[in-house]
Design a protein around this ligand. Sequence first.
Ligand SMILES: Nc1nc2c(ncn2[C@@H]2O[C@H](COP(=O)(O)OP(=O)(O)O)[C@@H](O)[C@H]2O)c(=O)[nH]1
Ligand SMILES: [Mg+2]
Length: 141
Amino acid sequence: MLKTMLIGEWRSGKSSLIRCLTGLDYRSRKVLALDFFNGFVNTPSEFLENRRFYPSIITASADCDILIFVQAADRTSSQLPPKFASMFKRRVLGVVTKIDVPSANAVLARRFLVNAGVRDIYEVSSVTGSGIAELKCVLCE
Ligand SMILES: Nc1nc2c(ncn2[C@@H]2O[C@H](COP(=O)(O)OP(=O)(O)O)[C@@H](O)[C@H]2O)c(=O)[nH]1
Ligand SMILES: [Mg+2]
C-alpha cells in the first residue's frame, strides 16, 4: 500500500477514513503533531487551518507516496487554499467524505477540491462504506 498522507480540516473525516481503509481501530492523538499509523500519516487539522504549519506538511509529504485532501460533503466552505496541490511534489487525490449525510453536496465539495488543484477525486462514506473499496484499490496500486 502506498504511504498516504491525509490533509483536511477539523472533523472532515480523516481519522474515520483511516479506520475504514485499514480496518483497524485508529484513534488520533490529540496533539499538534504528525501521527503515523499503519502506512498512513495523519496531519492535525491545525496544519491546514494555520499557514504557519505549511512548511511542516510540505516537509513531511516528501516521505509519502501520495497525498489525500479530505473535504466533507456537508460543509459549505473549505479551508483548502487555491492551487494548494501545486505546493507538493507528490500525487494528490481528493476525497469527498460524508456523502451519506442528507445535507451532503458532493458537487460543491468537488468544486472546493478542484479549486485546490486536485483532479483525481473520489467520493466516500465512512459510515456506509460506499466508495471505500475503490479508494483502497488506488492506494494499493
Ligand atoms: N455521516 C458520516 N459521518 C462521518 C463520516 N466520516 C466521519 N464522520 C463523522 O464526523 C466526525 C469527525 O470525523 P473524524 O474522522 O474524527 O474527523 P477528523 O477530525 O478529520 O479526523 C465524527 O463524528 C465521525 O463519526 C462519514 O462518511 N459519514
Ligand atoms: Mg482525526
